[in-house]
Write a protein that binds this ligand. Structure first.
Ligand code: G3P
Ligand code: CA
Length: 241
């Protein structure tokens, strides 16, 4: 089973922050790190899961209504007197540069299925190519049309189709969205393992309202493997490595 850090080491540290990514990058044996991107009012790519800043910062409102300068003034509580800022994707690439050059993967999820940020695909593909990370980046989104667009921009890109059920992921793969890899919800494995054998199946868990398991207990990774899951995105990868 391959282990990914979901929004960094996001169980013990604030999700999608440089701190959570730094902790993940320090783990040996990690397959990769997953993160989410949204666009600010002035078109900057920032790393934050929700369309709004309310849940994770001391601010309020839609990401798309803040300029980068404005959104950088918000604070993310990181325990004690510590705070973090919402990072730009460029800051994350800077932080992970050595690890990515050494082959660790980065799953960039485009959060564009609720609000279809025009130009997001072009911006992220251009940046990934400029930095030379096209071989280690996996793009994913719940929006099949966006994957199709990414495929057009970079025919060699690795694309992950996100959906609840693995059968829906497969349906969209076969429909030609360009993805070769499936990213279903872990409880959405509704096809027999034999039908999944030739695929990479990376399963995600619930977000932070319902983490995969409370700290102190562990998932049965073998049972997940038997179902055909090849990779898992975990909030607490450090418990498994
Ligand atoms: O990419 C897997 C997973 O991150 C998808 O769900 O809501 O955590 O972005 P979410
Ligand atoms: Ca995500």
């Amino acid at each position: 089973m391959k282990i990914w850090a979901h929004r960094g080491c996001s169980q013990m540290y604030p999700e999608n922050t440089l701190l959570s990514f730094e902790k993940a990058a320090a783990l040996s044996g990690l397959e990769g790190i997953e993160l989410d991107i949204q666009l600010t009012k002035d078109g900057e790519m920032v790393v934050i899961h929700d369309e709004r800043v309310d849940r994770t910062t001391d601010g309020c409102g839609f990401v798309r209504n803040f300029t980068l300068e404005e959104i950088k003034k918000l604070s993310i509580y990181a325990g004690g007197n510590e705070t973090q800022k919402i990072p730009t994707i460029e800051e994350v690439l800077d932080l992970l540069d050595d690890r990515l050059r050494a082959g660790m993967k980065l799953n960039i999820e485009l959060k564009n299925s609720s609000y279809p940020y025009p130009g997001m695909e072009e911006k992220i593909v251009e940046l990934v190519h400029k930095r030379g990370f096209e071989k280690v980046v996996v793009y994913s989104t719940f929006y099949a049309k966006s994957l199709e667009k990414l495929k057009g921009l970079d025919p060699e890109a690795e694309l992950g189709m996100l959906d609840g059920k693995v059968s829906d992921c497969l349906y969209k793969l076969q429909g030609g969205c360009g993805a070769k890899v499936m990213h279903p919800y872990w409880q959405g494995i509704d096809l027999p393992a034999e039908e999944l054998r030739e695929y990479t199946v990376r399963a995600w868990f619930s977000g932070h309202l319902y983490p995969e398991k409370p700290t102190g207990t562990k998932l049965d990774l073998h049972a997940l493997e038997v179902k055909g899951i090849t990779d898992v995105f975990l909030n607490e990868p450090e418990r498994y490595l």
